[in-house]
Design a protein around this ligand. Sequence first.
Ligand code: FES
Length: 132
Amino acid sequence: MDMYRDMILDHYRNPRNWGLVENPDIDHAEDNPTCGDHLHLTVKLDDQGRVAAVGWEGEGCAISQASASLLGEEIMGKTLEELKHFSKEDILDLLGISIGPVRLKCALLSLKVLKAGAYGITAWPGEEDDYE
Ligand code: FES
């Protein structure tokens, strides 16, 4: 457990892929409505539709920022088709600690921004109705 906490703090203090990419194919920002924290994600795809560059900026708690940092690393090299199935459980697995209901939106904000930017899905991950 401590190992995961240290890992989250490391991503929070040293966020990977910090800073927006130029001429992104995906460019989307959202707030966590419960606290107003903010995440802006940009993604560049290569000519095969794979994620070639990720850049993001945000303001928020350690969990939301670590989540964005981890997600950015995780999606590198994948296609949008592959990422469609990236789920709430997957992001929680990456974080590796148990997240209570109060902090769930912190953990999911990065995935929400990706799904809204890539597919126009406005529901929070895990609450999508007509999406598989
Ligand atoms: Fe705002 Fe976590 S408290 S995203």
